[in-house]
Design a protein around this ligand. Structure first.
Ligand code: CU
Length: 179
């Protein structure tokens, strides 16, 4: 009887600690969590997160941010999610012979001491099915997932295209048939 009880207890303890990370994920406290909240993956920080609303309702928006790893084994960024959007894809702009094209990337390698910038004209995140609850001047939440399952969530400023035109994110480079 006693042995059984001990096994039961340790199995329970294991379950709790295994799920602890996901259970601790915040739902509504994005603005308080900031960059180094307790839910951050060890050593990986996301800064300068910004969401750009679609120029035309119904077309994709974009997200930009900087991600860096402070320490630990090299990790990979495997996905990005933005609250208030249906789907996000990581893209990179590749220029060959003066022609810019965008292609989807499956993962982005990180490395201790290095940072990777998602910015107009380079690596960026395309946001699909942007809900009209996302309004310029408010904050949403951007979450990146690493190859080991760790997640980092930060507040992301929502902005309009602000007169810069579509030049930095030319949709002609996208193969819409794949979307
Ligand atoms: Cu793109």
């Amino acid at each position: 009887m006693r042995t059984l009880a001990i096994i039961g207890l340790s199995a329970l303890a294991f379950t709790v600690s295994a799920c602890g990370q996901k259970a601790a994920e915040p739902t509504g406290q994005a603005s308080e969590a900031a960059v180094s909240g307790p839910e951050s993956a060890p050593g990986v920080v996301v800064t300068d997160a910004m969401i750009r609303l679609p120029a035309v309702p119904g077309s994709p928006g974009a997200a930009y941010f900087t991600v860096s790893q402070g320490s630990g084994a090299p990790r990979k960024l495997v996905s990005v999610y933005v609250e208030g959007t249906g789907r996000a894809e990581m893209h990179e702009t590749v220029t060959t012979g003066g022609v810019s094209k965008m292609q989807q990337v499956k993962d982005v390698p990180l490395e201790a001491g290095k940072s990777v910038q998602f910015k107009p004209g380079g690596m960026h995140v395309m946001l699909f099915d942007v809900e009209d609850t996302l309004k310029a001047g408010t904050n949403s939440e951007l979450t990146v997932t690493l190859d080991n399952g760790d997640k980092v969530s930060v507040p992301a400023r929502v902005e309009t295209l602000a007169g810069s035109g579509m030049a930095d994110h030319d949709m002609s480079g996208h193969d819409m048939s794949k979307m």
